[in-house]
Design a protein around this ligand. Structure first.
Ligand code: ZN
Length: 291
């Protein structure tokens, strides 16, 4: 108990747990019992050996750990779909932007075509006026106007050529983005269907395991079950019942003294880790439980 100071913060709670669970009266000392998850016809409290209690607790832990695992896996799945959805949405925005740019270029081309039409109308008007001029000055003035309009037309044509070149590039870009988008969208649809299946499947498995967990909980006396649930809630990995691994607690990895290991092997009382408060079981119990 000397090392206990380092874990002082949790020790109060754990002591309570220990006191509670170790205080369970050992009324049946029969070392070997039929290992049927403690199912007996007699009243629960009196006829169940410590060994059976340990087996039931460890079984319950295995079931609950499987439920935890499913929940962790399922928790990550929507994130994967979300990433793909974000990617597809990003491509859609890019395509929309390209389409806007294309429309704006087409409008610019149209504007310039209309300007050319206006210029040509003016030139036609000036030609008609030139036929009726009274002097050279008027004639020259109209000629200048027509030259100006012709220059304007040339300028518009140059601009149209530039816009058309830009338009060609944009059309290639939009085609590329579109095919990229179609590909990703297809990936997303497949992935989404797959993930939906997995979610449906794990939900079914989870429901079955929860049922199984409830069945096992019925085999454990209330006081022990409450302690189990409390330890599990406080443990970040959800483990309330652990085995001994290399002479250490399978939950917090602190060394278990040899005498304590012997006590655990005896199956005479429920023993918790003095550091983390988890219930400890030896390999014999762990191997007995096959879920
Ligand atoms: Zn421990």
């Amino acid at each position: 108990m000397a090392k206990k100071t380092s874990k002082e913060t949790n020790s109060k709670d754990q002591n309570t747990v220990e006191a509670e669970v170790t205080a369970v009266p050992v009324e049946n000392n029969t070392p070997k019992v039929k290992l049927t998850n403690g199912k007996t016809d007699d009243s629960k409290e009196k006829s169940i050996s410590v060994e059976q209690k340990l087996i039931s607790l460890f079984s319950l832990q295995q079931i609950d750990s499987q439920i935890d695992k499913i929940r962790i896996i399922r928790g990550e799945l929507p994130l994967e779909v979300q990433d793909l959805e974000d990617e597809v949405a990003g491509l859609e925005t890019r395509i929309d932007n390209f389409i806007d740019e294309i429309q704006s270029l087409e409008k610019s081309i149209n504007d310039k075509l209309n300007s050319i039409k206006d210029c040509k109308l003016l030139i036609k008007k000036y030609e008609e006026q030139q036929a009726n001029v009274r002097n050279n000055r008027e004639y020259d003035s109209l000629t200048k106007e027509m030259e100006f309009q012709n220059l304007e037309i040339q300028l518009c044509e140059k601009k149209i050529k530039e816009f058309k070149a830009q338009l060609d590039i944009k059309k290639i870009d939009v085609d590329k983005a579109q095919s990229n988008h179609n590909e990703k969208k297809n990936d997303l649809d497949i992935k989404k269907a797959e993930l939906d299946d997995i979610v449906a499947e794990t939900e079914k498995e989870e429901t079955e395991l929860i049922e199984k967990s409830h069945e096992h909980q019925k085999l454990i006396e209330d006081r022990l079950l409450i302690a189990y649930k409390r330890i599990r809630k406080n443990a970040s990995n959800g483990l309330a019942v652990v085995g001994i691994e290399r002479d250490a607690c399978g939950g917090c990895y602190n060394k278990i003294p040899p005498q304590r290991q012997l006590d655990i092997k005896m199956h005479k009382k429920i023993i918790v880790c003095e550091y983390c408060g988890r219930v400890l079981v030896d390999n014999l119990i762990a191997e007995t439980v096959k879920i």
